[in-house]
Ligand binder design. Structure first.
Ligand SMILES: NC(=O)c1ccc[n+]([C@@H]2O[C@H](COP(=O)([O-])OP(=O)(O)OC[C@H]3O[C@@H](n4cnc5c(N)ncnc54)[C@H](OP(=O)(O)O)[C@@H]3O)[C@@H](O)[C@H]2O)c1
Length: 346
């Protein structure tokens, strides 16, 4: 492939359910030229975030839907190769919203300098030292307001966000930390690698409600919700007085063909005087003081061995749709990213 060519995955039609190859089109264009105030970024790593599936719908839920014929939008890490703005110099490593392509030209203000001062390997900045780590830190501390002694339930416990939340809850002094994950291997991983006290396998345990009752005989102080639907409903049956529910994501509804029933037991929030709050990490990424605090904590915890993270790095630009679908079947271990700087000319 010529060094100036730009491969792009475009949205051909809006998917129903999981993303099919026919919903997308792999096109090749020439490398874009940055306008005044813009930078051209050569993408190294594409982050596979579940919410990208929402952007493919006409009603994205949040953010702007990807228009038919446009490239799929997602978080990237890359290098500035041309700059027409003083914010970022050529050679700088940046992160921000890009697209499923080799190159992207965007206003410089849309990209953030990668905090390479921490000296971790590049993929770490897509995960624990990037939006995933910030999501876990912000959701647990600012939204759920975790306190020492709290009992904590985390859905999606073996995934990117969930694996960090369990460990951060331990660092914050939680007394009992229980995860929910799909399959025996994922549950074993949540306990052995990420330090959960117990993990409920939602695929095997059809009596989720009873399993949570047994896991939390004295109830739950903090629910960190990544899945929604029946899993959230079961969690709300076991709240303690003054519980906090942090709504991080609802992956069960992303791309679902039928509406996913929401919890029918919100009365439990009334009688347990519970605060339930949704949040978006994008609301704090420009708050330098808040993100610096989180990143400094996270760097310390990695170095002193209290925070483990796993990144599932895949390759093959042409395989991106299939790689993306792994998020919805659980066929990945850790933060799912696609490295795309190996299979192109420069
Ligand atoms: N609020 C924010 O700012 C923010 C930022 C980042 C992420 N998020 C949200 O956080 C959640 C987790 O994201 P992540 O990046 O950490 O992804 P991830 O957990 O690494 O991957 C998604 C996992 O979700 C589970 N899953 C998929 N479909 C499911 C279903 N129908 N029912 C139950 N579990 C299902 C699978 O785990 P199993 O194999 O265990 O089933 C899968 O591995 C998502 O909802 C995402 O949108 C929110």
């Amino acid at each position: 492939m010529a060094a100036t060519a730009n491969r792009r995955w475009l949205l051909r039609r809006r998917p129903e359910g999981r993303v099919g190859r026919d919903d997308l089109e792999l096109a090749t264009a020439s490398r874009p030229a940055p306008a005044d105030g813009e930078v051209l970024v050569r993408i190294k790593l594409l982050c596979m975030d579940p919410t990208i599936r929402n952007f493919m719908d006409a009603d994205a839920g949040y953010g702007v839907p990807v228009a038919l014929g446009d490239a799929i939008r997602g978080m990237i890490v890359g290098e500035v190769v041309e700059s027409r703005d003083p914010t970022h110099a050529v050679g700088n490593l940046v992160w921000g919203f890009g697209e499923w392509s080799d190159y992207v030209a965007r206003p410089a203000a849309q990209f953030f300098a990668l905090p390479t001062r921490f000296g971790h390997p590049l993929p770490a900045y897509t995960h624990v030292l990037g939006t995933i780590g910030l999501t876990a830190h912000y959701g647990l501390h600012d939204v759920a307001r975790i306190q020492p002694g709290d009992t904590v339930l985390v859905s999606g416990a073996a995934g990117a966000v969930g694996s960090l939340v369990g460990q951060m809850a331990r660092i914050a002094g939680a007394s009992r930390i229980v995860g929910i994950a799909g399959g025996a291997d994922k549950c074993r991983r949540a306990i052995e690698r990420y330090g959960y006290d117990h993990c409920v396998d939602y695929k095997d345990d059809t009596h989720l409600d009873a399993a949570l009752g047994a896991a939390f005989p004295d109830g739950i102080d903090v629910v960190f919700e990544n899945v929604g639907g029946a899993i959230l409903e079961a969690a709300l049956n076991h709240l303690r007085k003054n519980a906090r529910v942090a709504l991080c994501g609802m992956i069960a509804r992303y791309g679902a063909k039928e509406p996913v029933p929401g919890p029918g037991n919100l009365w439990n929030l009334v009688v347990n005087t519970t605060r339930m709050q949704g949040f978006l990490v994008t609301d704090i990424v420009r708050d330098r003081a808040r993100t610096d605090k989180a990143l400094a904590d996270i760097d310390t915890w990695i170095r002193d061995g209290r925070l483990r993270y796993d990144i599932d790095v895949r390759t093959g630009f042409e395989n991106i749709p299939d790689i993306f679908n792994c998020l919805f079947t659980g066929a990945h271990e850790g933060r799912l990213v696609v490295q795309i700087d190996q299979d192109r000319a420069s």
